[in-house]
Ligand binder design. Structure first.
Ligand code: C2O
Length: 352
């Protein structure tokens, strides 16, 4: 049966994390009405997601204004920064069950399976629309952290630069829980094992990263199941797709602070959404879905199982309305109103 988030979000329960640094009450605000089916709205201009290392000064100030506005909302508001972060916690740490499938005994989990890409696409979709609404810019688009291109392999500078008073803490895109060894100009290690530094110089690290990308986007992604992962199944454990199980997880671990009990913020599900770089990271993960399809349109196809197409999630949209969205409606970013600013993909020539 398709993974289905409950109609009644008040059936959400607090999650279980030992010694949490962030909150574990991850449920969304109650809604007086059941979620409405979501219809992709009309739009006149595509939102174009820019690479985070090439942002214009105007873009940076808009983006920061949007995040600051989000952070200024009361915690209980469905658009607040805290609530946005809690969406991830609720869907990943077992706050919901599969009651809609008659299985209240099973927790709902959106990782380690083919549900990973569509869930995160919808999550970012609403996050982006809410940010745009807060700054009254219907074309606002999230940046993507271009870690697959040598020019974008550092933590995006805007996440660590000082705020207007010279202190990074007043920069709304700063997050206090990051690995200080991995701040710019350190090049990301796309094979980071959670502890040991690779010891490579930056040029070698870049080329190792490109081979890793080739491996995960080409060699290990020849079939739909290999790229997306397998469908969730209550009887047998599903398998993560190539990108989810490798560079996606690795970048989370590489950014999180190893001195925190669970590598908060980025290193663990319940807190990852508190770090603005989470959304930049997932924007690039989402871009990989599109690139993979474009690499070989004849053979690289989205999953077609009934369970995949009809899996559905519940979000608050930019109008504070609770809506239900389906995987089948998120397979084409252009129909959803956004696309990615092009960036070269040198890894296609980096067969290891
Ligand atoms: Cu829901 Cu990057 O994980």
């Amino acid at each position: 049966y398709p993974i289905t988030a409950p109609d009644d979000v008040s059936h959400c329960v607090n999650v279980n994390v030992r010694n949490p640094v962030r909150g574990v009450a991850c449920c969304p605000p109650a809604s007086a009405t059941a979620p409405k089916p979501y219809h992709l709205p009309q739009f006149s201009k595509l939102r174009i997601r820019p690479a985070a290392h090439r942002l214009t000064p105007d873009y940076v100030s808009n983006y920061k204004a949007a995040i600051a506005a989000m952070k200024a909302l009361p915690d209980g508001h469905p658009h607040s920064w805290t609530q946005q972060a809690k969406v991830h916690c609720a869907y990943c740490n077992g706050a919901y069950s599969q009651e809609m499938n008659g299985r209240p005994d099973l927790k709902l989990q959106v990782h380690n399976s083919s549900i990973f890409f569509p869930f995160h696409r919808w999550y970012l979709y609403f996050h982006e629309r809410i940010l745009g609404k807060l700054i009254k810019d219907p074309t606002f688009a999230l940046p993507y952290w271009n870690w697959d291109n040598p020019t974008g392999m550092m933590l995006p500078a805007i996440c660590e630069e000082p705020g207007s008073d010279g202190d990074p803490r007043s920069n709304p895109t700063f997050d206090p829980y990051r690995n200080v060894k991995h701040l710019p100009p350190t090049i990301v290690d796309l094979q980071f094992n959670g502890t040991a530094e690779s010891g490579l110089n930056c040029v070698d690290q870049m080329s190792t990263n490109l081979s890793t990308m080739y491996g995960q986007m080409v060699n290990s992604a020849k079939t739909t199941d290999a790229f997306f992962g397998t469908d969730p199944n209550p009887e047998i454990a599903s398998k993560a797709g190539s990108i989810e199980g490798s560079v996606h997880n690795v970048v989370h671990d590489w950014v999180g602070n190893p001195r925190m009990p669970h590598g908060e913020d980025m290193g663990t599900f319940y807190s990852a959404g508190y770090d603005p770089v989470f959304y930049f990271h997932h924007s690039n993960v989402d871009r990989m879905w599109k690139i993979w399809k474009d690499l070989n349109p004849r053979r690289h196809k989205d999953p077609t199982s009934y369970d995949w197409l009809n899996a559905s999630f519940v979000f608050y949209d930019e109008n504070e309305e609770l809506v239900r969205v389906y995987n089948k409606d998120c397979v084409d970013t252009r129909k959803m109103g956004y696309n990615y600013e092009p960036s070269r993909i040198p890894w296609v020539n980096s067969r290891p």
